[in-house]
Ligand binder design. Structure first.
Ligand SMILES: [Zn+2]
Length: 165
């Protein structure tokens, strides 16, 4: 499973998908100020400014934002991941086996019992996880066999500590 590296408009502005218009406006101003070429003395930040303006143009317009949100959801579906996992069963990454050969976390599907129905790499986790308000991270994943969605909780810091042992 290969993930795209392109930042979403939300990532460009450092926002969550459910940010209010007020938050979007505030983030836009802050980002614009901190990325302005006059401020950074760096021509390449023009790109950054363009991205910020494009992100703001879409997210500040409710109609454009709705279309964009839908395209994001479709994109996530294609990748077997999505970002709003309300009402899904929760699992811990501890319940996954880490396959060192392919470098992915794998778990048999609890519904269809498909072998390694759930599997993703550490990169995928880091790119698609969201921080939980009460600590740790969460990623929402889909069984490749039966399309069941689950939430997977994990803690990056723990993973890194274990890697040092
Ligand atoms: Zn399944």
């Amino acid at each position: 499973m290969r993930m795209g590296m392109k930042s979403t408009h939300y990532q460009v502005l450092g926002l969550n998908c459910d940010s209010s218009l007020q938050c979007i406006k505030k983030a836009y101003k802050e980002r614009l100020l901190s990325s302005h070429p006059d401020k950074t003395g760096n021509d390449s930040s023009n790109d950054e400014v363009n991205k910020i303006q494009e992100a703001y143009k879409v997210l500040s317009d409710p109609a454009l934002r709705e279309i964009y949100d839908k395209s994001l959801r479709d994109e996530h579906k294609k990748q077997g991941l999505h970002s709003s996992g309300d009402g899904l069963d929760e699992y811990s990454l501890d319940e996954f086996n880490f396959d060192r050969i392919i470098g992915e976390y794998c778990m048999n599907c609890p519904r269809c019992h498909g072998k390694d129905g759930f599997h993703f790499s550490e990169e995928t986790l880091e790119e698609h996880c969201e921080e939980r308000p009460n600590g740790g991270f969460i990623v929402v994943a889909q069984c490749s066999a039966c399309s069941l969605w689950i939430k997977v909780n994990f803690d990056l810091a723990d993973e890194y500590e274990q890697a040092d042992v």
